[in-house]
Design a protein around this ligand. Structure first.
Ligand code: NAI
Length: 486
């Protein structure tokens, strides 16, 4: 069973990383087959080519990984924070050193443009490890109480954290979960999504390279049943989940009545609100970033454009011109703006919702755009004549599809923005600072961007209201999710 990804230098091409034909689960510091020998294939969404075959974890493997994490917890949690920090700093530096390999691997397995993995995902992944490395020896000063000189009280790790992540930002979601968990002294069993297992296995290799003690990080590739077994396991103390609202609700039901702590980061239907005094060109760039970054497969995407009626025509003309310049195609080409949709299932979901939009009477528009003959592709799409009752204004599409609605007054904008089962993100475009503050205060969204969109930083807490989930990741707040605060 292969364990390492070999480095093969060649700029911006898939040859940068040599992917082995098969990979095992990463348990207790070793790569191993699944107990029942099951494997599954992972494909490149842009070509449908099989990239590798990976072990498929079952309940017996979950148990093995949790036991390894439990054993490792004793020593890991007893280490001084400054020692844990050294490992995290080392991991962060190795991520930087190997970021070209990781960017290419992520682009191959996920389908997203290399421009995004290289310039957005990877720098943020490293930044998260650096940031939480900095907290590891300062937990007594994080505002969660302090240990006494005798060692009583103060913040304590929870134990074994079971972490389940989605496929839209495989490495970044791994970083958001693993970095704070390790900094606070927990050990981890992480399950990546079934369509994007490779970068997490590469990360396992980095843990070995960093000399991280065995069992502190365990990676189980597999499907939803492995995730459910992890949630169910009696020796897991904490579940951190990012993914669909349906699975989030199932997890909440599963842990009800147990003493497991849970954080859920679920879907969204972010409103991007453009007022009539906004600089149109900048707003157009922000709208494009908001919904077409990562093919719109972003929980905090600005998937509802709310535009003030007086500038609607001008803004839409400008937006359509800009959409006509977007380049869709080979994700490894550094000039590509729009890559592939992550899976055939996701493409089918997006296609069905777009068809519902048309059937319910919204007007569909796409710039002329040739789609490659193999792989999973969806052209950037706009819907106008959308009302709040339309399915495409309410449901998360999780694809490159923007629903345009209009408003007349700031109050109407706020009411429409908040008219959603979700509450994860929002954007405000206006020249007026006072309006930014007044509107932001009324929005029920975990993150509100002003005159920008989809900007991330490890120091900022991120999370939702309503059906977007609960708990915060990132920043000082993100530590709390992994601490028993006494
Ligand atoms: P999903 O929620 O099924 O998958 C996310 C992760 O949960 C994967 O690792 C999966 O294996 C795991 N999982 C699935 N069933 C589970 C269970 N019963 N117990 C524990 N873990 C389980 O998401 P899916 O089906 O890939 O995407 C469906 C929709 O969900 C998308 O169209 C999108 O609307 C939304 N979504 C939202 C994300 C976000 O960032 N908030 C990320 C991915 C999807």
């Amino acid at each position: 069973m292969a364990s390492a990804f070999e480095y093969a230098p060649a700029p911006e091409s898939r040859a940068v990383v040599d992917i082995a034909p098969s990979y095992g689960l990463f348990i207790d510091g070793e790569f191993t087959d699944a107990a029942d020998g099951k494997v599954f294939k992972t494909v490149s969404p842009s070509t449908e080519e099989v990239l590798s075959e990976v072990a498929q974890a079952g309940a017996a493997d979950v148990d093995r990984a949790v036991q390894a994490a439990r054993k490792a917890f004793e020593k890991w949690s007893a280490l001084p924070g400054s020692e844990r920090a050294k490992y995290l700093f080392r991991i962060a530096r190795i991520i930087q050193e190997r970021s070209r390999e990781l960017a290419v691997l992520e682009t191959l397995d996920n389908g997203k443009p290399i421009k995004e993995t290289r310039d957005a995902d990877l720098p943020l992944v490293a930044a998260h490890f650096f940031y939480y490395a900095g907290w590891a020896d300062k937990l007594d000063h994080a505002g969660f109480g302090r240990r006494t000189a005798e060692g009583h009280g103060g913040p304590r790790p929870l134990g074994v954290a079971g972490q389940i992540i989605p496929w839209n930002f495989p490495l970044l979601m791994l970083a958001w979960k693993i970095a704070p968990a390790l900094a606070t002294g927990n050990t981890v069993v992480l399950k990546p999504a079934e369509t994007t297992p490779l970068s997490a296995l590469f990360f396992a290799d980095i843990c070995r390279q960093a000399g991280l003690p065995k069992g502190v990080v365990n990676i189980l590739t597999g499907y939803g049943d492995a995730g459910a077994a992890l949630v169910e396991h009696p020796d897991v103390n904490k579940i951190a989940f990012t993914g669909s609202t349906a699975v989030g609700k199932a997890i909440a039901r599963q842990v009800a009545g147990t003493d497991k702590k849970v954080t859920l980061e679920l879907g969204g239907k972010g409103a991007n609100i453009v007022f009539d005094d906004a600089p149109i060109d900048q707003a157009v760039e922000g709208i494009v970033t908001g919904i077409f970054f990562n093919q719109g497969q972003v929980c905090c995407a600005g998937s509802r454009l709310l535009v003030q009626e007086s500038i609607q025509d001008e803004l839409l003309d400008s937006l359509k011109r800009r959409l006509s310049t977007l380049r869709l195609g080979d994700p490894l080409d550094k000039n590509t703006d729009i890559g592939a949709i992550n899976s055939a299932e996701q493409l089918a979901r997006i296609t069905a919702l777009a068809e519902t939009g048309e059937a319910e009477g919204a007007e569909r528009w796409s710039a002329p755009c040739e789609l490659p003959s193999s792989g999973y592709w969806f052209a950037p799409t706009l819907f106008t004549n959308v009302t709040q009752a339309h399915t495409i204004a309410r449901d998360e599409i999780f694809g490159p599809v923007l629903s345009v609605l209009s408003f007349r007054t700031p109050d109407e904008a706020v009411a429409k923005a908040n008219n959603s089962q979700y509450g994860l993100s929002a954007g405000i475009w206006t020249e007026k600072g006072s309006r930014i503050l007044a509107v932001a205060n009324k929005l029920r969204a975990g993150v509100v961007w002003a005159n920008t969109f989809n900007k991330f930083d490890p120091t900022s807490p991120f999370g939702g209201y309503k059906e977007s989930g609960f708990g915060r990741e990132g920043g000082r707040h993100g530590l709390e999710a992994y601490l028993d605060v006494r």
